[in-house]
Design a protein around this ligand. Structure first.
Ligand SMILES: Cc1cc2nc3c(=O)[nH]c(=O)nc-3n(C[C@H](O)[C@H](O)[C@H](O)COP(=O)(O)O)c2cc1C
Length: 191
């Protein structure tokens, strides 16, 4: 089975990227195929609302950028985990561009019925992590996905500098719990 992780930080060694890595570890250990896409390595433009996607069947978006890699991965995956830094009390602009571009393949319903989890990392206490988690889970619902919690809800954390999260073993553990929960639901759905 296949799992996709998408990480929305523009920073190398970003804390949200590290947490995503930990959430994907249970899949690797169980022999799943794992794809971890980092938006900092990709060029993805915002949706232009041109409705070009209505015209061209099979070619979801008229923009030529790296979004086709994510369209392919959405079709390929059996489960999805999304991780974002908190920017302006919300998900990063990089991640918002990706979620908006689902518009281009909305009629495929390629994510419908698949389980998903969310991770959000901000520098503040109550800095907007819960808003970012809610934004991701709401997007998943709008795609027909099944929202899976970690230990409590999605995984949230408070960090400032890249790599800081490695000093918070409990958050790393919570990311693994999220991964295990998403994997369990995907496995049940398959059987
Ligand atoms: C443009 C910008 C906006 C930010 N806005 C917030 C915010 O609203 N709330 C918050 O808690 N942290 C905010 N931060 C801090 C980041 O969320 C924090 O540094 C986090 O660790 C970034 O995730 P990363 O380590 O994965 O890159 C902001 C940082 C930047 C660069």
């Amino acid at each position: 089975m296949n799992v996709l992780g998408i990480s929305g930080t523009p920073r190398e060694n970003g804390n949200s990227d590290i947490l995503l890595e930990y959430s994907l570890q249970p899949f690797t250990k169980s022999g799943w195929s794992v794809r971890h896409l980092r938006l900092r390595e990709m060029t993805i433009h915002p949706c232009r609302a041109c409705d070009g996607c209505k015209e061209c069947k099979g070619n979801p978006c008229i923009q030529s950028d790296d979004m086709h890699l994510i369209y392919d991965a959405w079709r390929w995956c059996d489960a999805l985990i999304i991780s974002t830094p908190v920017y302006s009390r919300n998900i990063s602009a990089q991640m918002m561009a990706v979620l908006d571009r689902h518009y281009g393949i909305r009629e495929d319903r390629s994510l419908a019925g698949k389980p998903g989890g969310a991770i959000a990392v901000g520098a503040g206490t109550a800095g907007g992590q819960s808003i970012a988690i809610t934004a991701i889970y709401n997007w998943m619902l709008s795609c027909g996905m099944i929202c899976v919690p970690g230990e409590l809800n999605g995984v949230t954390a408070k960090t400032l500098d890249p790599g800081d999260i490695l000093k918070q073993p409990d958050r790393l553990r919570q990311a693994e719990v999220l991964g295990r929960n998403v994997m369990a639901i995907a496995t049940k759905l398959r059987s």
